[in-house]
Design a protein around this ligand. Structure first.
Ligand code: HEC
Ligand code: HEC
Ligand code: HEC
Ligand code: HEC
Ligand code: HEC
Ligand code: HEC
Ligand code: HEC
Ligand code: HEC
Ligand code: HEC
Ligand code: HEC
Length: 458
């Protein structure tokens, strides 16, 4: 087979000299698509324009709480001379709801949007990043007076201080003498035989309505009935209600005062107890006058020489005074004293009961919720509760326990500052009046300017 010789001319003829002038089909399509998209975008914008809906310019979806205002950009982006401002003004946020400051002595006041990040779609606005807090708390400086808070906190697991109430040297300020060890023993003497107490026999949240085993929740006579339609709120499940004698101690520790009566004195101030005892003895002696004749052995300093018994006939007043004195000696020095510290002051024959001081909330600067932790046994957090013998013992868990579950990572519970702390001092909250008429919502379906009262997109 003969071959045409390979000259450079022949080879050059193979090259398409117009190659660079003609467009490759792929390039052509790219151009057409781009043009098409541009036209589509213009149509899309034109579609939204009559509705005065600026959502299309937004950098992302508004948070769920603000979804109904999403089309009213100017609700947050205050416009001056028709110019759109990317910065959301604090004054706009404050016109719908307050965001009170954190502390009077804070060195500066960060803008709302430096913590509450918008246009990030789902998720709670209040779930702020740790940086929002640590930019101050990693090296805290204050204006004027300072409290004694730790000044460098960078993260919950890295260098968060131990909780103040469980630091060494802190004790429980309560005055009710309660020995947890004694009460958690097996076969404790109960009103009808041996029992095994459970924590919930004395500790439960206000929302917990299981029947009480050793007391009653009955209201004292005369106190108003709680509203029937009031459902317990989440707050009613967060903290334990302080133990109370009538609900948790009554049937094992009755306040009997004399063998003539099976009833107890009211669990109340010594003055009320005194009046009750006096009244009971007065009624009794009126019904049993024969007891005014009292037979008692005379007092002698010489026990080896028995004396004749003496018989005294008392007036009703004398009899009542003697019985009351006997009963109160027992009450103040034994019955009440088992649980209370009583003090006598000069000028009064009745003692004063020390305030019980049972702490309702230990962590004043953070929140806790027992309901959210109900999967864990009480004693895995309150490890000292089975062995504690003194009221002054603090039985609360320390930070290491919390860190076992609350730490960074995918297999852990949230450990950002906002989980346990609040920022705003809501006690300083200012009320804000509603300013929308319903047709203006949601999402600006009705052009906002058709109704007065709201200055929507212009
Ligand atoms: C509920 C309040 C709110 C509404 C309503 C709102 N924005 Fe924003 N927007 C913000 C906040 C907060 C920022 C963060 C600005 C800053 O850093 O100060 C922001 C930022 C922006 C930015 C800057 C880019 C960015 O992500 O930081 C653009 C653009 C923007 N918004 C567009 C819009 C448009 C368009 C609308 C209406 C469709 C709108 N926004 C509605 C609160 C809002
Ligand atoms: C047009 C009225 C309006 C404006 C403006 C507005 N908000 Fe709101 N905001 C609401 C309403 C309504 C809710 C939902 C009810 C509530 O929680 O009070 C809400 C809820 C919130 C919440 C709690 C919801 C959550 O997911 O945690 C935060 C935080 C918040 N707004 C911050 C801001 C900030 C910051 C700005 C300014 C950038 C702002 N808001 C502007 C009306 C507004
Ligand atoms: C340093 C960060 C920070 C700044 C600045 C800040 N917030 Fe907050 N905000 C939070 C945190 C954390 C929460 C959730 C805990 C709480 O309620 O304090 C919250 C909660 C809220 C809530 C929701 C309350 C609810 O009902 O759950 C509103 C509304 C709010 N902030 C508005 C504002 C406004 C308005 C501003 C600006 C004036 C502002 N915030 C500034 C951190 C901040
Ligand atoms: C602008 C600076 C600043 C920012 C931002 C800030 N704090 Fe504070 N914080 C302070 C100051 C100031 C105090 C009071 C210190 C003192 O009196 O010694 C304080 C005190 C506290 C306390 C103890 C007292 C209390 O209020 O319970 C806690 C807890 C706290 N901050 C949590 C937070 C959290 C959580 C955040 C983020 C959402 C945050 N802080 C953001 C300045 C700030
Ligand atoms: C017989 C009733 C009774 C039982 C049962 C009981 N407690 Fe208590 N507990 C009290 C009383 C009363 C107080 C308040 C006196 C005080 O401050 O110590 C108290 C206080 C506490 C406190 C807060 C005070 C502190 O110092 O930390 C914790 C926590 C606690 N108990 C946990 C438990 C746990 C967990 C159990 C079950 C293992 C339990 N208790 C069983 C009566 C009881
Ligand atoms: C078995 C233990 C127990 C005995 C016995 C007892 N109390 Fe109490 N007492 C309590 C508890 C628990 C409280 C705290 C909550 C409550 O029940 O109101 C309390 C509270 C009180 C208070 C209110 C104190 C305050 O915080 O201001 C008075 C007053 C009081 N008791 C008087 C008495 C008197 C008087 C007696 C004897 C007649 C007595 N108590 C016997 C357990 C007891
Ligand atoms: C199930 C019955 C029962 C209940 C309920 C009960 N106790 Fe007791 N408590 C006892 C018994 C039994 C003793 C004596 C135990 C012993 O000496 O071994 C005792 C002893 C005490 C003592 C003396 C402790 C000591 O160190 O010896 C105090 C104080 C006391 N109880 C307070 C309370 C208070 C306060 C409540 C309610 C919050 C309460 N108890 C509920 C059965 C009970
Ligand atoms: C995940 C750990 C955890 C578990 C589980 C737990 N607690 Fe607590 N408990 C705490 C913390 C933290 C506090 C301090 C909260 C505060 O007062 O600020 C507390 C406080 C208490 C108090 C004091 C009153 C109060 O609410 O502040 C009592 C009483 C108590 N717990 C009893 C119980 C009982 C009973 C159980 C079981 C049903 C239980 N706890 C389960 C962590 C736990
Ligand atoms: C898992 C819950 C939790 C998390 C997360 C958490 N804290 Fe705390 N924090 C507490 C508790 C509980 C206390 C003790 C409160 C008290 O003493 O009343 C506390 C105390 C504080 C105090 C007061 C310290 C002192 O010296 O008494 C500050 C300030 C504080 N936290 C800031 C922060 C900051 C900033 C973050 C985020 C980096 C954070 N916390 C994360 C639970 C938490
Ligand atoms: C056994 C694991 C575990 C331990 C230990 C634990 N937590 Fe939690 N905690 C959880 C879980 C689970 C939730 C629920 C998270 C949710 O609802 O998103 C939670 C939620 C919380 C919340 C948010 C409550 C709310 O209202 O949403 C706080 C505050 C909190 N924990 C504080 C603490 C503190 C303080 C300690 C230590 C005393 C602690 N936790 C120990 C598992 C744990």
């Amino acid at each position: 087979m003969s071959r045409t010789p390979r000259t450079t001319k022949r080879l050059a003829q193979r090259i398409d000299v117009d190659y660079f002038h003609r467009q490759h089909p792929l390039r052509q399509w790219r151009f057409r698509i781009s043009l098409g998209l541009l036209v589509l975008a213009a149509v899309w914008l034109a579609w939204y324009l009559p509705a005065r809906n600026r959502r299309v310019y937004s950098s992302g979806r508004n948070s769920p709480a603000h979804a109904v205002f999403a089309a009213n950009c100017s609700a947050c982006h205050i416009q001056q001379a028709g110019v759109f401002h990317e910065v959301a003004a604090d004054s706009a946020c404050l016109s719908c709801h307050d965001g009170p400051i954190h502390h009077l002595n804070q060195a500066f006041n960060p803008t709302c949007s430096s913590c509450h990040v918008e246009h990030r779609g789902h998720g709670r606005l209040a779930a702020v990043s740790d940086v929002a807090c640590t930019r101050c708390h990693a090296g805290l400086v204050t204006r004027g007076a300072l409290a004694n808070y730790n000044r460098s906190i960078d993260g919950f697991v890295s260098d968060h201080p131990e909780f103040a109430p469980v630091r060494p040297g802190h004790s429980d300020p309560g005055t009710i003498k309660l020995n947890h060890f004694v009460h958690m023993k097996q076969n404790l003497r109960g009103p009808n035989g041996p029992v095994q107490l459970d924590c919930f026999d004395c500790h439960r949240t206000p929302a917990d309505n299981r029947p009480l085993r050793f007391g009653s929740a009955a209201r004292p006579p005369g106190s108003p009935a709680p509203a029937k339609d009031m459902l317990p709120s989440d707050d009613d499940r967060a903290y334990m209600a302080p133990p109370a004698y009538a609900k948790h101690c009554l049937s094992c520790h009755p306040l009997t005062f004399d063998k003539r009566f099976s009833e107890s004195v009211p669990h109340d101030k010594p003055r009320i107890v005194h009046d009750f005892v006096v009244k009971r003895f007065q009624e009794y002696i009126a019904a049993h006058p024969s007891e005014l004749r009292v037979v008692s052995p005379a007092v002698s300093n010489l026990p080896e020489k028995p004396l004749p018994v003496s018989v005294r006939v008392l007036t009703p007043t004398q009899w009542v005074n003697e019985r009351v004195a006997e009963s109160e000696l027992l009450l103040w020095n034994k019955t009440c004293k088992e649980c209370h510290t009583l003090s006598f002051s000069a000028g009064s024959d009745l003692p004063v009961v020390a305030p019980s001081n049972i702490t309702k909330r230990w962590f004043a600067h953070s929140v806790f919720d027992h309901d959210k932790h109900r999967l864990v046994t009480c004693t895995s957090c309150h490890t000292g509760a089975m062995t504690s013998q003194e009221t002054s013992d603090v039985l609360l868990p320390g930070i290491q326990l919390c860190q076992q579950c609350h730490h960074p990572g995918t297999e852990a519970v949230e450990s950002a500052c906002f989980e346990c702390h609040s920022y705003h001092d809501w006690s300083q909250r200012k009320e804000v009046k509603g300013r929308f008429n319903l047709p203006e919502l949601p999402g600006g379906l009705v052009p906002p300017q058709t109704t007065p009262g709201f200055s929507g997109m212009k």
